[in-house]
Design a protein around this ligand. Structure first.
Ligand code: TNX
Length: 503
């Protein structure tokens, strides 16, 4: 049931009571507070309305932002809008999320700009709310990544997973192995231009993410998806192994097959592997993990593990055990795609990322469950609902279809604790991956990401039950984000499933 006065909020809060009327926002509205969220609010209001609000050291002010040191739940906040607006975060992250909610309540009508009156108390369901951007198939520079961070953190995402290496390119400079970026970063899929982050670039991304309360998780995909490593250091990888799908798909798409030592311009998978039985491989892995760990304030390093079709199972399991151990030795928690759960001895506490379907196939569920058995936990990225690179409709110009065609409704209607047979406590949360085989620009990325990332944000943040937790309510609320997204220049897909509002 859609409440008649449902507030235009995504993700929907734990509790939200609409009030009467609006708090006008004009050039005389003053903001009181000492947090970095004050400047973020001022900037966002100015971008949206052209109004530059003033700050004031005095109270009461029309808008007050504060952190309550006695509040307990991490990332939670309350927001009261009546004669004044008061946002109270349990911590700086909670305050930031309260400001994002306030910005969704900032609307224009005949009388001008104002905040819809409301009384809100809110906290996340899952501590882990992630998006992934594949910067390997196509490279996206620092400014693009910052924009991606701004737009996803506004939906209360708090983890950004960067897929930094794949067959098509290596995207972050590693001092101890300099040829990776010198030789294996210049191209992308389809022969498009490549690029890479210097370590200073990477630090800039991490700092920007932190200012939006997002943790960056770097991924180096191993032992497969490693053709590019061999372009820089041929001694580290095996010769390409062809598989039938690779051959037929490459033919269908008119893409070249991989050739050892030359940049790979197609997007077929499963043909590359590092040398599992060579100690040089582990020297390489340790150096890369050490340098990434030094760039990473967050707890995680992702070591890949997906689609290593050319790696014999025993070798794959051996590698999985060694690589997860190296990450632990370098002081971080390993994360891996669920296939690594095939290895009995993955490091204790390794986090698995499940990318099978909502109805698990083959050994996927068993592999995923093994992370929980080893004291780790799971991130749910069920491919037939969370994959942002799948087409919305069969004729959508961008994206792939292998997992499913995912319209906004099917992206919304799933439950992350109902996929695997593991205790609910083993589910850390949700991550929505954006693979970039078919997208060359951030605008193209955004067409696939928005509005479906809003669906996954609600799955990850909002309580499972609640008056507004239905497709009928969600479609109206996500439609109400159109004016915000337009003002910010977000190139969202105006899906016909959604009643987009004009203001
Ligand atoms: C599968 S999901 C992959 C990626 C592709 C993606 C395209 C996963 C762990 N591996 O290599 O980019 O499909 O949808």
């Amino acid at each position: 049931m859609v409440l008649p006065h449902a507030l235009p909020l995504v993700p929907t809060p734990v509790s939200a009571t609409p009030g009467e009327g609006r708090l006008p926002i004009t050039a005389t509205t003053r903001v009181h507070g000492t947090s970095p969220a004050v400047a973020q609010l001022l900037d966002a209001v100015e971008r949206r309305t052209g109004i530059s609000l003033a700050t004031t050291p005095e109270r009461p002010a029309e808008i007050e932002l504060r952190v309550d040191p006695d509040a307990e739940d991490a990332e939670s906040y309350t927001l009261m809008i009546g004669e004044r607006a008061v946002v109270t975060g349990a911590d700086e992250a909670g305050l930031f999320y309260g400001v994002q909610t306030l910005l969704q309540l900032l609307r224009e009508d005949e009388s001008g700009w104002g905040l819809l009156c409301a009384d809100i108390a809110d906290a996340p369901r899952f501590a882990r709310r992630g998006v992934m951007l594949d910067v390997a198939r196509h490279f996206f520079g620092v400014d693009d990544v910052k924009r991606f961070i701004d737009r996803t953190s506004a939906l209360k995402y708090n983890h950004l997973h960067l897929h930094l290496s794949d067959d098509q390119g290596w995207r972050v400079h590693i001092d101890s192995w300099p040829l990776l970026t010198e030789r294996a970063a210049t191209t992308s899929a389809n022969g498009d231009p490549g690029g890479f982050y210097t370590q200073d670039d990477y630090r800039e991304i991490v700092a920007h993410a932190a200012s939006r309360h997002m943790i960056v998780i770097p991924e180096i995909d191993l032992p497969g998806h490693t053709h590019a490593i061999g372009v820089a250091y041929p001694e580290l990888v095996e010769a390409p192994v062809m598989n039938d799908t690779l051959i037929t798909e490459s033919e269908r798409l008119g893409q070249p097959l991989p050739v050892a030592g030359e940049p790979y311009l197609g997007w077929g998978v499963g043909h590359s592997s590092v040398r599992i039985r060579s100690e040089r491989t582990y020297e390489f892995v340790r150096d890369v993990v050490r340098e990434l760990a030094a760039l990473t304030p967050g707890p995680y390093i992702h070591v890949g593990g997906d689609e290593s079709l050319g790696t014999p199972q025993a070798d794959f399991d051996h590698f999985a055990e060694r690589v997860t151990a190296i990450v632990v030795e370098e002081g971080k928690t390993p994360v891996a795609w669920h296939e690594m759960g095939s290895a009995a001895g993955i490091a204790e506490g390794t986090v698995g990322q499940y990318w099978g379907k909502t109805t698990p196939q083959g050994s996927h569920a068993e592999e995923a469950a093994h992370f929980a058995e080893r004291g780790g936990a799971l991130i749910m990225s069920a491919a037939d609902v969370t994959y942002l690179d799948m087409k919305y409709t069969a004729d959508f110009p961008l994206g792939l279809t292998w997992a499913a065609i995912i319209d906004v409704r099917s992206a919304y209607e799933w439950e992350p604790t109902a996929v695997l047979d593991v205790p609910d406590a083993a589910i850390l949360g949700v991550e929505a991956p954006m693979w970039t085989e078919t997208t060359r620009t951030l605008g193209e990325v955004e067409q696939l990401v928005f509005p479906r990332a809003a669906a996954q944000a609600e799955i990850a943040w909002s309580p499972r039950e609640g008056a507004e937790r239905s497709w009928e309510s969600f479609r109206v609320r996500v439609g109400s984000l159109a004016p915000l997204w337009k003002a910010e220049g977000v190139e969202f897909h105006p899906s016909a499933e959604i009643p987009w509002s004009a203001r």
